[in-house]
Design a protein around this ligand. Structure first.
Ligand code: ITT
Length: 197
């Protein structure tokens, strides 16, 4: 029997890499989303609302089960910012990190620099059903950038229990990140709804 197809409803190549690494052992055929000549408007108020918008769009447009990821960084001292606006906080990834460190430079105690990553994965099936699962990862914002692996805020995020940033320890990130946790739940869900894919 041909394996079931799941389209990754994201244009972020780093997410694609991480999602494929986590999903590949399970026998589904994982396909990339065709590139679109326009942006999908992410006008939800939560990570999951935005994840649903992206997954449903691709599922309907291409008549396929689609899996999206909406994620971001929530910083306590900034009242939850950048949150759902993480990708466009200061500009590109580098400018986002610069703005974040600048805004937090007066917070000299690590305890004042608590943050967590959130990842909501939405799965929209061809038959019109939508499911969501979420993963989070607690940690701290470092005082300066460290490491050159990963993407986004990885060089400034130290997961709880590690004195290193995600950009320094990608092999640990793969196991404990918000995305790894959400994908674990998504895999259980996909196994349960295999008939609907
Ligand atoms: P798609 O909407 O096409 O999936 P995007 O990059 O616009 O791609 P989001 O709207 O979900 O995706 O924004 C996610 C942003 O949050 C991302 O650009 C990073 O700045 C940050 N982010 C999410 N997960 C991250 C991770 O694992 N490491 C570092 N930064 C992350």
């Amino acid at each position: 029997m041909e394996s079931k197809k799941i389209l990754l409803a994201t244009k972020n190549r780093h997410k694609i890499e991480e999602l494929k690494a986590l999903l590949s052992p399970f026998g589904w055929k994982i396909v990339d989303a065709p590139s679109l000549p326009y942006e999908i408007e992410e006008n939800g108020k939560t990570f999951c609302e935005n994840a649903i918008i992206k997954a449903r769009f691709y599922a309907e447009e291409y008549d396929i089960t689609a899996l999206s990821d909406d994620s971001g960084l929530v910083v306590d001292a900034l009242g939850g910012r950048p949150g759902i606006l993480s990708s466009r906080y200061g500009g590109d990834d580098k400018e986002n990190r610069k703005k974040l460190l600048e805004e937090m430079k007066h917070l000299r105690n690590l305890n004042e620099r608590k943050a967590h990553f959130v990842c909501c994965i939405a799965i929209a099936t061809r038959k019109g059903k939508t499911y969501t699962v979420e993963g989070t990862c607690d940690g701290y914002i470092a005082f300066e950038e460290r490491g050159n692996r990963g993407f986004g805020y990885d060089p400034v995020f130290m997961p709880e229990g590690w004195n290193k940033t995600f950009a320094e320890i990608p092999e640990i990130k793969e196991k404990i990140s918000h995305r790894a946790k959400a994908v674990k739940k998504a895999i259980n869900l996909l196994k349960r709804i295999e008939d609907e894919i």
